[in-house]
Design a protein around this ligand. Structure first.
Ligand SMILES: NC(=O)c1ccc[n+]([C@@H]2O[C@H](COP(=O)([O-])OP(=O)(O)OC[C@H]3O[C@@H](n4cnc5c(N)ncnc54)[C@H](OP(=O)(O)O)[C@@H]3O)[C@@H](O)[C@H]2O)c1
Length: 361
């Protein structure tokens, strides 16, 4: 029996469970290496919060971590996933920011509150720190944000990685302004949020996808133009035509080495290429330096690498989501028993938006 003192309600509540289920990565390299375990429900320390997890989502980085191709080496036996939301069940004696019943999410870079990321605050949930794929998690109160009031548990579980990355890509030192033209690549978590936020900011959006079947959905989300990057292998030419020859002012570069060369060719004078990915998942092409360096220089293009975002950026994004009533796009919802199926689906890269796993419903 877990007895929990509810500070805000002035009473004890109880749960019949003193153990919980959590998935861990027992063996890296394969989805079969993800194992279900049973553990005691953790007890919060003085600055910690016990959270009953309601929904989680899988990001492409979780596949990279599993396959050990992620830049930050993960901890052995880690509980995976950075993205998850839940209800505060109890709080440590010194916790002041949250109370029982609050709806919260953890920040991807747990200790990154504001300003620039640095090596001493590089720890990530679901990588070097235990993540969200458990029935209960303990997080430090400083690692948490309140989730937007207008979102369901499932919708809010999409936010910590993909949404915050898109938000950071469009804001930052040179924010996108109304009337700018933004190019997005693919229809994964980051690109779809980038379309929604760029529309909110008043930008014109050109979206790339590999599938004609996704055109209508991308238009409905706010894309003004959609190009199929497989049937139009030289898609930068379409981008130039659609911009009257001048090119776009912002590229949200989620394709990496597969798309970078054409991103440079699609960018206008003084544009920013916001570098979200250095991977290559689309067609395995490689970039010839000589074909990018000259246009980068001549067009005075800036390249800004970004890495998700800080807690204060997360909170700013959540305010915007509430004011503009942004609804995250969920492709598929799995149960806690279907974790491996969900990982296989994300690994295949077919989704439009985010893939969710629900818990404790
Ligand atoms: N720097 C950062 O902070 C940061 C944060 C998040 C993500 N990222 C990186 O940004 C990239 C996109 O992330 P995401 O979470 O948006 O990805 P995602 O949800 O997995 O979506 C990627 C999209 O790329 C296209 N795609 C085509 N073939 C694919 C394949 N074999 N595997 C994967 N995708 C394929 C698909 O779009 P279409 O069907 O429309 O072609 C797919 O929906 C990844 O490399 C990820 O690691 C970086």
């Amino acid at each position: 029996m877990v007895a929990v003192w509810c500070v805000d309600q002035g009473r004890f509540t109880s749960s019949n469970k003193n153990t919980m289920n959590a998935y861990i990565i027992e063996n890296f390299g394969s989805i079969d290496g993800i194992t279900l375990t049973e553990r005691p429900v953790p007890t919060p320390g003085p600055n910690q919060v016990l959270i009953k997890v309601k929904a989680v989502s899988i990001a492409r980085r979780d596949i990279y971590i599993l396959n050990q191709v992620y830049p930050l080496p993960p901890k052995q036996g880690i509980i995976p996933l950075s993205d998850g939301v839940g209800e505060v069940i109890s709080t440590g004696a010194q916790v002041t920011r949250f109370k029982t019943g609050d709806r919260v999410a953890g920040n991807y870079f747990a200790n990154w509150r504001d300003g620039q990321i640095d090596m001493d605050i590089i720890d990530q949930l679901g990588c070097t720190l235990d993540g969200m794929l458990a029935e209960y998690v303990i997080l430090n109160e400083d690692w948490l944000v309140r989730i937007p009031a207008n979102l369901s548990w499932q919708e809010a579980a999409t936010l910590p990685c993909a949404a915050l990355t898109a938000w950071s890509a469009l804001t930052g030192p040179k924010p996108v302004l109304a009337g700018d033209t933004v190019l997005t690549i693919g229809s994964g978590g980051v690109a779809v949020f980038a379309i929604q936020f760029a529309k909110m900011m008043g930008a014109r959006i050109i979206a790339l996808t590999s599938k004609d079947s996704k055109f209508e959905a991308l238009h409905n989300l706010g894309a003004d133009e959609v190009i199929n990057y497989t049937t139009h292998a030289d898609w930068h030419q379409q981008v130039k035509e659609l911009t009257g020859g001048s090119g776009v002012s912002r590229v949200i570069e989620t394709g990496g080495i597969d798309t970078f060369e054409q991103s440079v060719k699609s960018a206008g004078f003084g544009a920013e290429i916001t570098l979200v990915s250095s991977a290559g998942v689309l067609n395995n092409s490689t970039v010839l330096l000589k074909s990018v360096l000259a246009p980068l220089f001549v067009k005075m293009i800036s390249i800004r690498p970004i890495f998700v975002g800080s807690r204060l950026s997360f909170e700013a994004m959540n305010r915007a989501i509430e004011v503009f009533v942004i609804k995250p796009v969920i492709d598929k919802i799995y149960t806690f028993k279907q974790v491996k199926e969900a990982f296989h689906y994300v690994a295949a890269g077919e989704q439009l938006g985010k893939v969710i796993i629900v818990l404790n419903e």
